[in-house]
Design a protein around this ligand. Structure first.
Ligand code: ATP
Ligand code: MG
Length: 208
């Protein structure tokens, strides 16, 4: 008797699951059908948590996998040999530029940093005018705006006037509100926990 009840309960549960999944599918299919626009996106990855640059380079890997032409401009970085540069630096589909000055608290040289920022930005500005480039990554760009090393208006204008189908990914903490306003997708990564604060040093493959 109890066996029949258990079978009935399982059948009822399975039927409920099927109805719920049917409703979910209708909802998701509806949303997919409503998303018909095809255009170049501006994505901003910001916040204090880990995962901004690595997310951007994940999208670079996807893009290269699809045969898209990509440009990478890394502001600040250059002290460590980053795995992403080792993999994509000489890739025929990727143009890769690194500012190479290191962190501002290491250089302690505002004028030198400004010159380096402007020189590096010139590559970004050119890529943002080139319709043959499908994806542009401006890694750690936000700091150049926070420190006032680059003219915010000029950067925003270059982003807005880029080719219609070009995707751009900007990373860095404290993204300016004007940048967030013109972006299509903004992700704020939260700093729930980081191994560094438990005394763990940077790890190859995970951190650089
Ligand atoms: P990643 O390149 O790993 O995606 P990120 O781009 O989000 O990190 P950055 O501020 O650019 O973060 O810092 C790069 C380096 O600092 C990496 O080694 C990363 O692990 C480390 N890092 C990132 N977030 C934190 C944090 N909240 N606390 C301590 N270290 C961090
Ligand atoms: Mg980063």
């Amino acid at each position: 008797m109890s066996e029949i009840t258990e079978t009935d309960a399982a059948a009822e549960r399975n039927a409920r699951h099927k109805r719920a999944m049917q409703r979910k599918k209708e909802y998701i299919d509806g949303n997919i059908a409503a998303a018909t626009i095809d255009k170049g996106l501006l994505l901003v990855l910001t916040g204090n948590g880990k995962g901004k640059s690595s997310s951007a380079f994940g999208m670079l890997a996807r893009s290269v996998g699809h045969g898209l032409r990509c440009g990478v401009v890394q502001f600040i970085k250059g002290q460590w040999e980053c795995g992403e540069q080792m993999l994509f630096g000489e890739h025929p589909l990727v143009e890769f530029h690194v500012m190479n000055t290191g962190f501002t608290w290491d250089t302690q040289d505002r004028e030198g940093d400004i010159l380096a920022a402007e020189k590096t930005w010139a590559h970004g500005a050119r890529l943002l005018q080139d319709p043959s480039i499908d994806v542009v990554i401006l890694d750690e760009l936000t700091y150049m705006l926070t420190y006032g090393y680059l003219d915010k208006e000029a950067v925003l204008l270059a982003l807005e006037n880029r080719p219609q189908n070009q995707h751009v990914i900007v990373t860095g903490r404290n993204a300016a509100k004007e940048l967030i306003e013109i972006a299509d997708t903004v992700t704020e990564l939260g700093d729930n926990k980081h191994a560094f604060y438990s005394g763990v040093k940077v790890q190859k493959g995970i951190d650089y």
